[in-house]
Design a protein around this ligand. Structure first.
Ligand code: PEP
Ligand code: MN
Length: 266
C-alpha cells in the first residue's frame, strides 16, 4: 500500500493544517529530550519566531545505556502539551510502547517511532490504528526494503499519514555517528508515495555537519529536515555534543532559508 506503483500521487501529511510533502520543505526542531518546561518553552519561542509550526522533544528516551536519562515520561508529555497550548506549535514526540501510545494521544500531534523500534511490529500495528500522523525513523541497520516494510505495517492497519525519516545507518565509518544515506531519499520517493524527512542530528552526530547535510537533503528532494536544538546544550541530559544552541539555530535557519531561495531542488 505504500508503493508508488499502487498510488501515483504523493501522500500529503496534514499536521494541524500544516502540509508535509506539499512542495516546500517542512522543519521539525527541538531538544533531544524534554527536561523542563523552561527548556522546551525557550526552544518553542525560537521556533515560533521563525514562523515554523512543529516542535520535537523526547519524553520517553530509548537510551543505549540503562543508566542514562530515560526521559520524564508522562510529565514530559504534559510539558510538551502545555507549550503547544501556549504557542500553537504541533508536538512531535517518540512513543516506545503500545501501552504508552493510548495515553499519549491527548498530548501529541505526531507519533514518532524511533530507529530502535522500527521493527517493533506491535507498536507499528498500534500506530496504524490511530488517527494521528506517524514519523517513522529508519532502523539503525535497516535496509531500505525493511524500512518500507515497516511503513507497510502501519498503513496496512489503515493509517496512511506516514512520514519516513532517514536518520543514518550503522557502517564501518566512525567520522560521523551514523552514515547518512542520502540516496535513500530519492529511492524512497521513487518507491513510495510518502513524504521523506532527513534527521541531520542523529545521522551525523556533528554540529559542523548539520548545515551541509540539511542542504544536501533539500537539494536531493527531501520533504523536510529534523534537527535538535537546546537552549544550553552543554548541560543537556542527552545528545549534548550534537544539539544546536539558540544562536546556532538562528544562523542555521538563516542559511537554510538563503539556500532555499537561491537553489533549485530536484
Ligand atoms: C530521536 O529522534 O530522539 C532519536 C532517539 O532518534 P533515533 O531514533 O533516530 O535514534
Ligand atoms: Mn537525540
Amino acid at each position: 500500500l505504500v508503493s508508488r506503483k499502487r498510488k501515483k500521487e504523493d501522500t500529503i501529511v496534514d499536521v494541524n493544517g500544516h502540509k508535509i510533502g506539499d512542495g516546500a520543505p517542512s522543519f521539525i526542531y527541538g531538544p533531544c529530550a524534554v527536561e523542563s518546561y523552561e527548556q522546551v518553552s525557550a526552544v518553542a519561542k525560537s521556533i515560533k519566531a521563525k514562523g515554523l509550526t512543529m516542535i520535537r522533544g523526547g519524553a520517553y528516551k530509548p537510551r543505549t545505556s540503562p543508566y542514562d536519562f530515560q526521559g520524564l515520561g508522562l510529565e514530559g508529555l504534559q510539558i510538551l502539551k502545555r507549550v503547544a497550548d501556549e504557542t500553537g506549535l504541533s508536538v512531535v514526540t517518540e512513543i516506545i510502547t503500545p501501552t504508552h501510545l493510548e495515553e499519549a494521544l491527548d498530548y501529541i500531534d505526531v507519533i514518532q517511532i524511533g530507529a530502535r523500534n522500527m521493527q517493533n511490529f506491535e507498536l507499528l500495528k498500534e500506530a496504524g490504528m490511530v488517527n494521528k500522523p506517524v514519523l517513522l525513523k529508519r532502523g539503525l541497520a535497516a535496509t531500505i526494503d525493511e524500512f518500507i516494510n515497516a511503513a507497510e505495517y502501519i498503513i496496512s492497519k489503515g493509517n496512511s499519514q506516514i512520514i519516513l525519516c532517514e536518520r543514518g545507518i550503522r557502517t564501518y565509518e566512525r567520522a560521523t555517528r551514523n552514515t547518512l544515506d542520502i540516496s535513500a531519499v530519492p529511492i524512497l520517493k521513487q518507491e513510495t508515495h510518502l513524504p521523506v524527512f532527513v534527521d541531520v542530528t542523529h545521522s551525523t552526530g556533528r554540529k559542523d555537519l548539520l548545515l551541509p547535510t540539511a542542504k544536501a537533503a533539500i537539494a536531493v528532494g527531501a520533504d523536510g529536515v529534523m534537527a535538535e536544538v537546546h537552549p544550553d546544550p552543554a548541560v543537556a541530559l542527552s545528545d549534548s555534543a550534537q544539539q544546536m544552541d539558540l544562536q546556532q539555530f538562528d544562523e542555521f535557519y538563516e542559511a537554510i532559508e538563503q539556500f532555499m531561495n537561491t537553489h533549485q531542488t530536484i
